[in-house]
Design a protein around this ligand. Structure first.
Ligand code: SF4
Length: 326
């Protein structure tokens, strides 16, 4: 992640001028051009000119009208109350937020925000309320949310960590909140990396670190266990893209009965894609939610499976370690 002296990405985006006059009145093409030009130039704003962050906020607002923020590409108009696979409507909602210590050591204390809604339906989900009832969370009001984050920073949080569910469906509200956030906390985006290019474009320059929870080594398991038609290609493409402009931490929860079909092929793919990025293997799987409906997932990881996963990963990936932190 950026060192302590460099400003977080959202601050840089807020302080970068976008070459466009009227953000709200601009055509989509003009907006996209201004976005790319601002990302390249990184010129500070002059007077009351729009910033790169303003352009991102407007692009995100428009994206909701035909939502394709994740590979489901539902195409629903969320501004009119439509809800797609993720269940998130026009507003983002929060299931829980707290200063959190049980984290990767570099990130703690983190101000962790669990956004409602998810683009996957993992049968072993530890927070199924976020995906079953996304409309029940606290509505994210940008100004109030920014104040809560600042209070979290005053209590010692060193990073702002956005997770869920998954944070992608809430990107529009999060960008608005970042416009108001005064405390320069590095932004950590935790995701399964099931993210579409449209959303990645909004996150570019804003996110300082992706914590990528890579799930499956093939689409059959993704379909069976997370209810999505395809996972591997979009996730690997998203990883390739974000690694061009953000720091990345790779994590993989070893699933019982899925070492050969998921952990092993993932190790091979990640070795090729990101050979110099450490892979954190998580071995603390416990059955939650609907895991008991799946014979292999209704138990904990065996010692043999843990050993096989470690052997497979250490043979392929130069950098890896085992962790029980979530
Ligand atoms: S973010 Fe939600 S509504 Fe948008 S494409 Fe993904 S699942 Fe569908």
């Amino acid at each position: 992640m950026r060192d302590g002296l460099a400003p977080p990405g959202f601050i840089v985006c807020r302080e970068t001028a976008a070459p466009i006059g009227d953000v709200r009145g601009a055509e989509d093409g003009e907006l996209a051009q201004a976005h790319e030009a601002a990302l390249r130039s990184r010129k500070p704003p002059v007077g009351d000119r729009a910033s790169l962050l303003d352009v991102k906020i407007e692009m995100a607002r428009r994206a909701l009208q035909d939502c394709r923020l994740c590979p489901h590409e539902c195409g629903v108009d969320r501004t009119a109350g439509g809800r797609g696979f993720c269940g998130v409507g026009p507003r983002a909602q929060i299931g829980a937020q707290m200063v959190h210590l049980g984290e990767l050591p570099d990130l703690v204390p983190a101000y962790s925000v669990f956004l409602s809604g998810c683009t996957m339906r993992c049968v072993y989900c530890r927070k199924p309320d976020l995906l079953e009832r996304p409309e029940e969370g606290e509505v994210l009001e940008p100004a109030a949310f920014a104040r809560e984050v600042e209070e979290g920073a005053a209590r010692g949080a060193r990073t702002l960590k956005l997770l869920g569910g998954t944070p992608e469906p809430s990107v529009h509200a999060l960008l608005q909140a970042l416009r108001q956030l005064r405390t320069p906390l590095p932004l950590v985006w935790e995701s399964t990396m099931f993210i579409a290019p449209q959303c990645l474009r909004l996150l570019r320059g804003v996110v300082d670190l992706f914590v990528a929870n890579v799930r499956y080594g093939n689409d059959t398991c993704a379909r069976e266990l997370s209810g999505i038609d395809r996972y591997v290609t979009p996730a690997m493409e998203a990883l390739r893209e974000v690694s061009r402009w953000s720091d990345v931490t790779l994590r993989h929860l070893i699933l019982p009965g899925h070492v050969e079909c998921c952990t092993m092929p993932l190790a091979a793919m990640l070795e090729e894609l990101l050979p110099d990025v450490e892979l954190v293997l998580l071995d603390q799987y416990r059955p939650f939610w609907r895991a008991f409906e799946h014979p292999t997932l209704s138990r904990r990881l065996s010692d043999d499976e843990r050993g096989a996963a470690i052997e497979a990963v250490s043979a392929r990936k130069r950098l890896w370690r085992l962790s029980d932190l979530t």
